[in-house]
Design a binder for this molecule. Structure first.
Ligand SMILES: [Zn+2]
Length: 325
């Protein structure tokens, strides 16, 4: 059965309208989005973070103080679904491998979940979520079905724009970022070189750890992450791994030749590139360090602030109208 056909069947069984055009769960077949007993319900195909095919159910209710109570109530009705709740939304995910879950089963599950939800939460529908004024029209705010009256839509958009502006105007403290990063890099070098010497092997995962550590330290010091800060993270990470290798070699040279550590370190530094390119792990460990740094940098991308309101439009009701598109 195609996703579209599956969704249409569940739409008929639950009475939830099917919008092929709203890919709120990421799948191109769209989703069922509607109101049931005053609660917002959405059902559709999705993928988990690990790429598993899954069915997703979204339930939205009037804001509760303690989402744990809602979680408890839904937990007994969730069946094969995994459940996550916050103050206004419960998200249920069911992974499947080959055959899609039975449409009647899923429709029944939606019904049971709603019965459980009614015991702990109040309906959300028909009222603006911000000001509580009557608002008949459901819409999507950044792909989440919700109720916002026209004036609150403007306010929410302005609030998010202001947040974006505040982020742009954040000061970047590069010297402090450099200081924090350098300390972290030095600590990383000592740990890397020391561990390699004591354990007689190099752990490439350790290099990723150094990258993460240096990245975190620079971000903490600098506040906002700019391109300069990103480059700083990369350079400090590579330097940390390289210097860690030097410490490792110096410890060996010191013991073999009865030298003082500093003298051994000088000797190693003078012949560093020869040693590094002769060794197996040198460049690879720098690469792993940069992977760790990259993970941190990726995590500090500018957050998305834009509020996107989309009206639901017209649902599809027959398979032929799906196929016609
Ligand atoms: Zn409002």
């Amino acid at each position: 059965m195609k996703n579209q056909e599956w969704l249409l069947q569940v739409s008929k069984l639950t009475g939830l309208p099917y919008y092929e055009q709203h890919r709120i769960f990421g799948d191109k077949s769209g989703a069922l989005i509607g109101l049931s007993d005053g609660f917002i319900v959405a059902v559709g195909f999705s993928k988990t973070d690990r790429g598993h095919a899954a069915i997703k159910i979204l339930l939205r209710y009037a804001k509760v103080l303690d989402s744990g109570v809602v979680h408890q109530a839904l937990d007994s009705a969730k069946g094969k679904f995994k459940l996550a709740t916050d103050q206004t939304t419960a998200t249920l995910v069911r992974i499947y491998s080959f055959a899609k879950p039975d449409t009647a089963d899923v429709a029944e599950k939606v019904r049971e979940l709603l019965i459980a939800l009614k015991t702990t939460a109040l309906p959300i529908g028909g009222k603006c979520e911000e000001c509580g004024r009557a608002e008949p029209q459901m819409l999507l705010l950044n792909d989440v079905p919700a109720y916002y009256c026209p004036s609150c839509q403007v306010q929410v958009a302005q609030k998010l724009d202001a947040a974006a502006l505040a982020y742009e105007n954040l000061e970047t403290n590069l010297p402090l970022g450099l200081l924090y990063g350098a300390v972290a890099a030095l600590l990383g070098s000592v740990a890397w070189g020391g561990a390699a010497y004591l354990l007689h092997r190099i752990f490439l995962w350790g290099a990723i750890g150094i990258g993460l550590l240096v990245g975190k330290a620079v971000v903490k010091g600098a506040g906002k992450v700019t391109w300069t800060a990103r480059i700083m993270i990369g350079v400090l990470t590579a330097a940390s791994v390289v210097f860690g290798d030097s410490i490792f070699y110096a410890l060996i040279v010191k013991n073999q030749n009865q030298l003082a550590f500093v003298a051994a370190l000088k000797l190693v530094m003078a012949n560093f590139w020869k040693l590094e390119s002769d060794s197996d792990g040198g460049l690879v460990s720098i690469l792993f360090g940069l992977i760790g740094a990259g993970i941190t940098v990726y995590g500090t991308r500018k957050p998305a602030f834009k509020a996107r309101f989309i009206s639901l439009g017209i649902p599809v009701t027959t398979l032929s109208s799906v196929a016609a598109k």
